[in-house]
Design a protein around this ligand. Structure first.
Ligand code: ZN
Length: 209
């Protein structure tokens, strides 16, 4: 009799441990990773003392707030002004088995303005759809020019690192040119609306599990 009770308790304990382990595994995955480009010593593009890394982080923090409110499980690759390697950004997303990855950047080039979004050159359907939703939303929020969805890499062959080293659908948003006063004014005044547009597009794109 005593032996049976012991066995029962051991069985119950095993069930509790199994449930806790399952909860831990589930709790260790995320639906979405938002990646504020650059950070720390890597300031990104720069214009009159304005650093791309700061704009990316300000936007990412707002996007996370919006997604939190929508009940989407989201993490940032950085939530302060620290340096995070491209390898680590992708490792975070891949290890967490994220369903979507969105990298936030600002552009820089003489005489150019507007928003473009980069997708892997193999044109994956889910990645392209995600980028289209985001670009449509930003366009509605108000941008200087819709430069479209672009594939591959702006500076030659290949892909942006985060678009080729993450295993889930991903895209890289270039939200206006930091050397365009018009784009900076739009960025500052529409920051909240941009964050909401990105969050809504991401929400629409999260695959059902
Ligand atoms: Zn950048």
């Amino acid at each position: 009799m005593r032996g049976n009770i012991k066995l029962l308790l051991a069985g119950a304990a095993a069930v509790v441990i199994a449930i806790a382990a399952a909860a831990f595994v589930l709790g260790d995955t995320v639906q979405v990773v938002i990646d504020p480009g650059h950070g720390g010593s890597d300031v990104g593009a720069e214009h009159n003392g304005r650093y791309e890394k700061d704009d990316n982080l300000a936007l990412a923090l707002l996007v996370k707030n919006e997604l939190d409110d929508m009940g989407v499980d989201v993490i940032l690759t950085r939530d302060d002004d620290s340096y995070v390697s491209l390898e680590k950004r992708c490792r975070i997303a891949n290890r967490k088995k994220a369903l979507l990855f969105v990298s936030l950047h600002r552009n820089s080039a003489d005489g150019a303005e507007g928003v473009e979004i980069w997708v892997n050159g193999s044109k994956p359907e889910a990645d392209t759809k995600l980028a289209e939703y985001i670009l449509d939303g930003l366009d509605s929020a108000g941008i200087s020019e819709n430069r479209g969805i672009k594939f591959g890499y702006a500076q030659g062959d290949g892909n942006y690192y985060v678009n080729s080293h993450t295993v889930m659908p991903s895209c890289l948003v270039e939200l206006g040119f930091i050397n365009s006063e018009a784009d900076n004014e739009l960025f500052d005044s529409n920051l909240e609306a941009y964050a909401q547009a990105i969050a809504e597009a991401v929400y629409k794109s999260v695959p059902s599990q």
